[in-house]
Design a protein around this ligand. Structure first.
Ligand code: 3HC
Length: 318
């Protein structure tokens, strides 16, 4: 898609208007002029975010048929469906930038676009459903609430609804874990074991450290991102510690300690080699996640063809 440039208005004027809009904290809308780099960065981030929501249905979807009660099953089903909805809002936001939804999906299944590292870990017990809600959706909220003020209008507006739903997801996870912690010793051990496995991957969701994040500086200047990766990671640790204490679980980090001077928790360094392996396709579940997504895309060919034929017929008759 080319940027709209009204006749008689110079590129320099348009750039000036764009810069002023960003400086005034106003929103860039799809038909506004924008630098190519801004458009490209947004398509990259929004597409990765959309793919994450869709791939993110798989780890928990794994437990739908084995939920321990009808109540738990209904809650989990609603959550997984919400994630599908989030993916759809986000693909729509990417389309307003000129991206093509099918093309983005093909790029995902061919490994040309990323999705969140967190969804490449397996869900081994039902406690993982609670831990994902509490920590993974908790990290997602921490990252995404500031994105409600992102400079691109459709992305920021999509985030408002997404965050409301993520907040429900986080609470259902916490409530599930709190219920298990009031149960038997075996259940409490299951929760702790699950928290031990998810803590470090949850911290990695925020992306590489600031000094190794190639995109943060420019994205902050454009107000696509409002905080750096490390700022949000710190916020998440500070938010999670009192919740862990209330639940009665610990995090597997010997360096976690309150720092009176900073008014924040100190914490250890995630294993960034593991992160690199996971985002380059070598995590425990990467191959399975992509194989499932590819199969769903291929199985859906007839639905897309039928929808296109129906739309074409409607166009002919109107
Ligand atoms: N998983 C996979 N890739 C990651 C990543 C992660 N956790 N963190 C960073 N990366 C990738 C980046 O995409 C970038 O790769 P690229 O240049 O090839 O595209 C590279 O690592 C360097 O990272 P940067 O910090 O420079 O990249 P960004 O400035 O884009 O910051 C981000 C990364 C913080 C994840 C940012 O893109 C962002 O805030 N995205 C929106 C939120 C999002 O996508 N969340 C995914 C989780 S989905 C979810 O929360 C669903 C819920 O249901 C749980």
């Amino acid at each position: 898609m080319t940027t709209s440039q009204p006749a008689g208005v110079s590129e320099a004027d348009l750039e000036h208007l764009f810069d002023r809009t960003i400086a005034d904290d106003a929103r860039i809308e799809p038909r506004d002029w924008m630098p190519d780099g801004y458009r490209k960065t947004l398509i990259r981030q929004v597409a990765q975010h959309a793919h994450s929501e869709i791939i993110g249905m798989q780890p928990e979807g794994n437990w739908l048929t084995r939920a321990p009660s009808l109540r738990r099953k209904a809650i989990l089903m609603a959550k997984v469906q919400d994630e599908a909805g989030h993916g759809l809002y986000l693909y729509s936001a990417a389309e307003t930038l000129g991206a093509d939804r099918v093309d983005l999906t093909v790029k995902l299944i061919e490994g040309k676009q990323k999705y969140s590292s967190i969804f490449n870990y397996p869900t081994l017990t039902y406690a993982d459903v609670g831990t994902i809600g509490w920590l993974v959706d908790g990290a997602a909220i921490c990252n995404q609430v500031p994105l409600c003020r992102s400079s691109f209008g459709p992305y920021a507006r999509a985030m408002i609804r997404v965050c409301k739903e993520e907040s429900f997801h986080q609470r259902q996870g916490y409530e599930l874990l709190a219920t298990m912690m009031r149960g038997t010793d075996e259940q409490r051990a299951m929760v702790q074991e699950s928290v031990n496995r998810w803590w470090w991957p949850a911290l990695m969701m925020f992306g590489p450290p600031d000094d190794k994040s190639p995109n943060t500086e420019q994205s902050m200047q454009w107000k696509i991102k409002r905080h750096t990766n490390d700022e949000l990671r710190q916020r998440f640790v500070d938010m999670s510690m009192p919740q862990a204490k209330a639940l009665g679980v610990t995090f597997p980090d010997p360096d976690l300690a309150w720092n009176e001077e900073r008014g924040s928790y100190d914490f250890g360094e995630p294993d960034w080699n593991e992160f690199t392996e996971v985002i380059t396709g070598n995590g425990a579940a990467n191959a399975e996640r992509i194989a499932n997504r590819r199969a769903a895309h291929e199985d859906g060919v007839w639905v897309r063809e039928a929808a296109m034929a129906f739309a074409a017929r409607n166009e002919e008759t109107n």
